[in-house]
Design a protein around this ligand. Sequence first.
Ligand code: NDP
Length: 248
Amino acid sequence: MSKIVIITGGSRGIGAATARLAALRGWTVAVNYQRDEHAAEQVAGNIVRAGGRAVTVQGDVSVEADVARLFEDVERRLGNITALVNNAGILERQARVDELDSARLTRVFATNVVGSFLCAREAVRRLSTRYGGAGGAIVNVSSRAAVLGSAGEYVDYAASKGAVDTLTVGLAREVAAEGIRVNGVRPGLIETDIHALGGEPGRVTRLAGSVPMKRGGSPEEVAAAIVWLLSDEASYVTGTFVDVSGGR
Ligand code: NDP
C-alpha cells in the first residue's frame, strides 16, 4: 500500500537514506530538517528527479510549536500521513558523567527524547482509529548504545536512547488496538556526520575492529530495516526492535 511518511532529520545520514529507500517503494516522503535546508532540498530534489514524490519541511523536533506546524504543513501539502520515522537525533562531544553539565543534558534529551514524544503524539492524533484515522506505523531510531551504555563516552546519549526504547514499547502497547504499530531500530556504528559532530571524525574506522562483523555499517543498511518495519510486510510486528549493528 502506498504511504505518506514523515522522516525527521531526513536531510542527512540515516534519515536521508530512509527517504531515498521509501521513495523507491513508491511512498511519498516529507524530509524534515532543522538547519540544513540545502541538504534537505538535495535529498528531496533527487527523489523527484528520479520520478518519486518528496517535499521538505523545516522544524526543530524539540519545539512543540514547530512539531505542530510541521505536521500541519505536511498534511496540507500531501494529505493524510500514514507513517512517521522518529530519526532526528544528536550526539555531543565525548565526556565522562562527571563532566556533563545540565545545559548539555537538556539539549540531548530535548532532541532525542522530547522530540520523539512530540512527533509520536502528533502522529497518534492523526493515525489512531480512536480519532477517526486509518492506522499506520511509527519507527523510532534508537541505538545499540541504549543497551551497551557508552561508558566513558556518551552516557547521556545512551540514556536518552534508553528512554526512546521505553517509549517504543509502551506506546506500541498503548496504541496497538488503534491500528498503529510502533517499533524501533538500534543502529550500531554507522558511517554518518554524527561522529564528526560528536567530536570524533574517524570513529567508525577506529572502532570497526571491535564490531563482530569487523566493519561499520552504512545508512542504507539501517534504512532497509526502517522501511521494512514501516511496510505492510511487518503487519504483525509491533513493540520490538531490529538491531542493525554487525553483531555489536
Ligand atoms: P546525522 O548527524 O547524519 O543526521 C542527523 C539529522 O538529524 C540531520 O538531518 C539533522 O538535521 C537532524 N536533526 C538534528 N537535530 C534536530 C532537531 N532538533 N530537529 C529536527 N532535526 C534535527 O545523524 P545520523 O544519520 O547518524 O543519525 C540519525 C539517527 O540515528 C539519530 O537518532 C542517531 O542518534 C541514530 N544513531 C546513529 C548512529 C550512527 O552511528 N550514525 C548509531 C546509533 C544511532 P539538520 O542538519 O538540518 O539540523
